[in-house]
Each structure stands twice: as C-alpha cells, then as structure tokens.
Design a protein around this ligand. Structure first.
Ligand SMILES: N[C@@H](CCC(=O)N[C@@H](CS)C(=O)NCC(=O)O)C(=O)O
Length: 217
C-alpha cells in the first residue's frame, strides 16, 4: 500500500492524491504539514530534507517533489493511455506537464499568496494586478492548447492533465479578474466529472486563510 504524507489542502498534495486516486491505487494519506504533524522532525526530514509535503512511500521507494511523484506513479502504474511508453508520444505531453507545474501553477499561486496567505493590511492591490497580468497570457495559452480537447493531449486523459489541472480549482475560486476563456472553462467542467478530481483537487482552502506569515502555498 502507498502512503502519502501531506495535508489535503496543499496544492502539491492534491496533485499527488489526484494521481493516486485516478490510478485506483490502494493508499493511505497521513496529515503532515502546516496545522498537522510536523514536517520538520528528524524522521520526516530523512524522507524529505526540504521539510515540505508531499512525500510518497511505496514499499522501498521514498520520494518527494509532487511532479516527480506523478511521473513515478504514471511510469509504474499508469496504463499506456495515461503514461505513453513511447518517448515520442510522452515527450510532448511532458512538455505540458512541466509547463503546468513550473509555469502555470506558480502564476496561479501568486494570486493565492496574495489573497489567502497575505494579511489584508499587507496586501498591495498593485501586486494583485501584476499577478493577474502575468497569469492571463498563460491561461490564454492553456485555453488555446485545450481547444475542443477533451483533454490536453486530445482524446486521452493523461498525467499532463493532472499537472496542469490540479491548480484550476484555485484558478476558478480565487477572487480576481479572470478572463473569459471558454475552452478552459469547459475543460474545468470536464475535470469535475472525474470523481478523483472532485475529491482530491477541489479541496477547500479556507483553513489556510490568515496563516501568516507566508509559508509555502
Ligand atoms: N516543489 C515541491 C513544493 C512542496 C511545497 O511547497 N509544499 C508546501 C505545501 S503546497 C508545504 O509543504 N508547505 C509547508 C507545510 O505545509 O508545512 C512539490 O511540488 O512537492
């Protein structure tokens, strides 16, 4: 059985948990991280010296970094439609997975940090405007990529959808001046038809509000 260490309201834990559940893997999740068991104890730091969540344990395998966990799960347990064996097929999908995790998600999290992680008296509206200016072109790129979809790679739902889609709940629930992007909105609707997405990526983050000073989102 797999073990995921990490609080359910962490976006990076959500990425890992969505993948575990999308793949139907037997698992347990243990509440670690802010507001829960410490991720800074010697035992935890031996699993992840960064002291962050998530961590995955799968038998003798212990690893951190949610995107690496996603790739590990895909490579080890994913069917070929989720994790294509052919590098020529997987590479372009991985481009979007990487972009989702390292470019799109951080741009969404910048708005999250402003609205959820920054005390109201410390918020500078210019920062929200700058964050939105940075995010809109990225969301427009994603909207164009999805087109009629239904998924990022076209016909099949893949690991790339998890790397990009896990952050859309925050994208659509944070209060900011979202552009009208019909393909992206339709994609978010489609994601919500997936039980694993609803259960593990659409997690309320109100408990994080007011948790100042800022910590990793
Ligand atoms: N690059 C890492 C980032 C991990 C990270 O920043 N985790 C945050 C939650 S999303 C965290 O551990 N915050 C501190 C805490 O919860 O104690 C990953 O993708 O796994």
């Amino acid at each position: 059985m797999l073990t995921i260490y990490g609080r359910a309201n962490s976006s990076n834990v959500q990425l890992a948990m969505w993948a575990v559940n999308e793949l139907g893997l037997e698992h347990e999740r243990l509440d670690y991280g802010q507001g829960h068991a410490s991720a800074k104890t010697p035992d935890y730091l031996a699993m992840n010296p960064m002291g962050l969540v998530p961590v995955l344990r799968d038998g003798d395998v212990t690893m951190f970094e949610s995107a690496a966990i996603l790739r590990y799960l895909g490579a080890r347990y994913g069917a070929p439609d989720f994790w294509p064996a052919d590098p020529a097929e997987r590479g372009p999908l991985d481009t979007w997975a990487e972009w989702g995790k390292t470019t799109f998600a951080p741009a969404v999290l910048r708005i999250f940090v402003y609205e959820v992680r920054t005390a109201p008296q410390d918020r500078a509206p210019a920062e929200l405007a700058a964050a939105a200016r940075a995010l809109v072109p990225l969301a427009t790129i994603l909207d164009a990529r999805i087109g009629d979809g239904p998924w990022l790679g076209g016909r099949d739902f893949t690991f790339a959808d998890i790397a990009c889609g896990h952050i859309l709940h925050r994208y659509y629930t944070l209060v900011w001046d979202r552009p009208d992007l019909p393909a992206l909105a339709a994609y978010f609707e489609r994601l919500q038809t997936r039980p694993a997405y609803r259960a593990h990526a659409m997690v309320n983050y109100d408990a994080l509000r007011g948790a100042y000073p800022k910590v990793a989102p």
